[in-house]
Design a protein around this ligand. Structure first.
Ligand code: B3K
Ligand code: ZN
Length: 849
């Protein structure tokens, strides 16, 4: 089987052997770490197939079967596996390998982050440590002994509980850990290094004490308090909401600077990108604070949804990810404004997941075909997966949803299961037929709802018809929340079950033509085709009970005018639009919600709904609408801006909301010529990173003389804070003028820049492609070329990071013909690169197919 051979869900077979116990010893050395792996195997049923273990990029030292060294003729080794014929049903295998953490720039398996050693095994990284049955349905108990130099690595960590420790010769020491919970290899973790530790404890609902430890680089301990508080909130929330309690005596989190993604839920030993642990008042923004809490929650919630009950195979990834994202979203909603949290979830879905579902890598939340598993940690599996769980929650209701989850845990605790197992448990526990609902797991693409209505005055009836379509695929079960708004005191709310391709409902006793608020709380991840008049939208904005619909109506109104302006740049906006904005600005609504209402739909939210779009024309249209609103309502924006200023700093919900509102007002005001001074004023007087960064982002979007001075000042102030310097790199890459390509070259040559550090690489490359669309999509094609040049370099360093960064280039379907052909030309160049890793290969091939 070559590297590029796809694997199919349909080909799943249970493993031929089980591993019940694993005993690992790591002798950590910079370039030559020795791993001794003793495994206890049993044959699963009568068969005489050989044992085939996964292994990649490891040097095999020796193999022992039941204590006897095997000659190299007794097994076969290739680039991906070790094959061994065994005639016993129950045996012990000891495999010694050598690996090179120092040169592991792919950051999978055992690697170094600065001076510390750490691991990342999901999805298939354990095979870069030792030979193993590296698949999630093989579950074993792990004992791990870590040996290292005591001075360099005073802390030696692994999963479970510490069972032994001691000193060894030559300045070395060891610690041994035992994890009593059988687990797949992807949840294995090891960390060794010199850290500062923030310690606390948590008393669980059944009265057990759990030690909580957060390991950070020296000097950062004061930035770990928010993470610790978040962890305790998450533990309490999961007990209260789902009755789920933590199960080991210790919960450890380690923050490292070099990490491919956000964090990893290894049993008892989470490894985190430091970006999602470290936060303090001066260096972290409100968004950073929010994200730390959300990711801490997410990884903690995995202990039940992922670790105690895990996935049978990687096609089932959404079993744990969709469910865990749903859980973290609910957690965030309970800790903050539920409406604002929901709006932000929907923005992510619309701006990124919908694009994925419309692009060449579209896949169902349970994919059926995979070449590189790392390519399927997607917005579809995660965010749409969470929407699918949310729909179940909506359909079943909170109590029944909980009953279903309870049955799921009691039925499958300690097992590796499928998405169908999950749905069946929900169906069985609640007596609900969910067969049609299961189609959400096998269909890709975003369904479109086409809505029509008819009001029959004579009979006081309101008729509503909804048709669903998604590339000719069978009809889904779609929960559709609606509100009918009339002059009656109370709006009439319903949850409709759309199960047919086209379905109608009649509402009786409706005394006047109602205004329909569709998809309350965004009950389903769908697009809608239901043109409503400006008046109807304005009515929803003020009269709907559902806050999501209020916000969404405003976004629809804005979308209409942005697309019109795009077609007719000279048109002037109607007074009615200004009036709507005026009433938003002067209304007495919560600041955080108002900030969302004032935020225009982003380029990414709009781009894939317009055919053959010239991205520059779209950006111009967004800009025109923004400028017109700013011009017309300047005094109101200024008043709101000033009224939202706060003397001191705090980060409670109210203060955060005010900052958001203030900074969205600033983003309007700076479009006007005479308001530049606000930026330097805000920059100079800011007492927190949210305000500082807002000023700098505006300065980067509307570059003036002042910009370089501010940026230089910021860099001097923060040069020794890695996370803040990532922000600086990202700001530089989003400077909106034609010096940007020189700027990008300077950034890549900056002494603090390295493609080997994923956060830094993303800070420049993703910030450019995402936050600087005007130059990423510039007519010369230089933006596309820049991205390809970086991908070629990153391909050899870290294919996983490269593969994430290519996304905006393969989602070109809605762009104009000229840009499509420029992009394809670049992609062909990349496709021809000899040694393209399968991560990029899979995507480029799909895009050019
Ligand atoms: N489960 C990990 C993601 C692993 C990604 C591997 N490429 C983090 C999370 O979803 O919680
Ligand atoms: Zn997760």
């Amino acid at each position: 089987m070559s590297d590029f051979t796809p694997r199919y869900l349909a080909d799943y077979r249970a493993a031929y052997f089980s591993i019940t116990r694993v005993d690992l010893t790591f002798e950590l050395e910079h370039q030559k770490t020795r791993v001794t792996n003793q495994m206890h195997f049993t044959r699963n049923k009568a068969h005489n197939l050989p044992l085939v273990l996964d292994g990649e990029q490891v040097t095999l030292v020796s193999v022992k079967l039941d204590g006897e060294i095997l000659a190299s003729t007794e097994y076969q080794v290739d680039d991906h596996s070790l094959t061994l014929a065994v005639d016993r049903d129950d045996f012990q295998l000891e495999i010694v390998t050598e690996i090179n953490p120092a040169d592991n720039t792919a950051l999978e398996g055992l690697f170094k982050s600065g001076d510390a050693y750490c691991t990342q095994c999901e999805a298939e990284g354990f095979r870069r440590i030792s030979y193993y049955l590296d698949r999630p349905d093989v579950m074993a108990t792990f004992t791990t002994k870590v040996i290292a130099d005591k001075r360099q690595c005073p802390h030696l960590l692994s999963n479970g509980n510490k069972i032994a420790a001691g000193n060894l010769a030559n300045g070395k020491h060891f610690v041994q850990w035992h994890d009593p919970f059988p687990k797949p290899s992807y949840l294995f973790a090891l960390v060794a290094g010199d850290f500062e530790v923030l310690r606390d404890q948590y008393l669980t609902m059944s009265g057990r004490d759990v030690a909580l430890e957060i390991f950070v680089d020296k000097g950062n301990i004061n930035k770990a308090h928010h993470a610790m508080a978040s962890l305790k909130r998450a533990m309490a929330w999961d007990e209260q909401t789902f009755g789920l309690e933590y199960d080991l005596d210790i919960y450890m989190i380690v923050a490292v600077d070099f990490f491919n993604m956000g964090a990893m839920e290894n049993k008892g030993l989470n490894v985190f990108n430091s970006k999602y642990v470290l936060a303090d008042e001066t260096s972290a923004t409100d968004v950073d604070y929010f994200n730390v809490e959300a990711v801490i929650g997410h990884e903690y919630f995995h202990n039940w949804t992922g670790n105690r009950v895990t996935c049978r195979d990687w096609f089932q990834l959404s079993l744990k990810e969709g469910l865990t994202v749903f859980r973290d979203q609910q957690f965030s909603a309970d800790m903050h404004s539920a409406a604002v949290t929901r709006i932000q979830n929907v923005r992510v879905l619309r701006s990124q997941q919908f694009a994925e579902d419309a692009g060449p890598m579209a896949h169902p939340i349970r994919p059926e075909k995979v070449i590189e598993m790392n390519n399927f940690y997607t917005l579809t599996v995660y965010e749409k997966g969470a929407e699918v769980i949310r729909m179940l929650h909506t359909i079943l209701g909170k109590e029944k949803f909980r009953q279903g989850l309870d049955l799921y845990f009691s039925r499958f605790d300690g097992m590796a299961v499928t998405c169908d197992d999950f749905i069946n448990a929900m169906a069985d526990a609640t007596g609900t037929d969910l067969e049609q609902f299961k189609l959400w797991y096998s269909q890709s693409g975003t369904p479109l709802l086409t809505v029509s209505e008819y009001y029959d005055e004579q009979n006081a009836q309101y008729h509503l018809t909804i048709a669903q379509s998604n590339n000719e695929q069978p009809a889904l079960h779609i929960p559709v929340g609606i509100e009918l708004i009339t002059s009656e005191q109370q709006n009439d709310a319903h949850l409709l079950a759309l199960t047919k391709a086209k379905q109608s409902w009649t509402f009786e006793g409706v005394k006047e033509k109602p205004v329909l608020a569709l998809l309350t709380d965004f009950t389903a991840p769908v697009k809608t085709n239901f043109p409503q008049s400006d008046q109807a939208l304005a009515c929803i904005m003020t009269r709907a009970d559902d806050e999501f619909c209020r916000w969404d109506a405003g976004q629809k109104l804005l979308t209409t005018y942005i697309t019109r302006v795009m077609k007719q740049p000279q048109m002037s906006l109607p007074d009615s639009l200004y009036q709507v904005f005026e009433s938003i600005l002067s209304a007495d609504t919560a600041a955080a919600f108002k900030a969302e209402q004032l935020t225009l739909p982003s380029f990414n939210e709009l781009v894939d709904s317009i055919e053959a779009v010239n991205p520059i024309a779209l950006l111009d249209a967004i800009e025109t609408v923004k400028r017109s609103l700013a011009k017309q309502l300047a005094p109101l924006f200024l008043k709101q801006y000033q009224a939202s200023a706060q003397a001191g700093y705090s980060h409670d919900g109210i203060a955060i909301g005010k900052r958001a509102l203030k900074n969205v007002c600033l983003s309007y005001l700076v479009t006007l010529d005479n308001h530049e001074h606000l930026l330097s004023q805000q920059y100079q007087s800011a007492n927190n990173m949210t305000d500082t960064l807002a000023a700098l982002s505006c300065a980067a979007a509307y570059p003036s003389q002042e910009l370089n001075t501010l940026m230089a000042d910021f860099a001097i102030k923060w040069s020794d804070n890695t996370l803040v310097m990532d922000k600086w790199f990202a700001l530089q890459a989003s400077i909106n003028n034609d010096t940007i390509f020189d700027k990008l070259s300077d950034l890549m040559a900056h002494p603090l820049f390295s493609l080997k550090n994923p956060n830094r690489a993303r800070a420049v490359i993703a910030a450019f492609t995402q936050n600087n669309p005007r130059y990423f999509h510039c007519a010369s094609g230089r933006g596309y070329q820049f991205l390809i040049e970086q991908l070629v370099l990153l391909n050899d360093i870290n294919p996983q990071v490269a593969s994430r960064l290519i996304t905006p280039l393969i989602q070109f379907k809605s762009l104009d013909a000229k840009r499509q052909s420029m992009i394809k030309e670049q992609l062909v160049k990349l496709q021809q690169h000899d040694k393209l890793a399968k991560d990029l290969q899979e995507k480029v091939d799909a895009a050019l197919a």
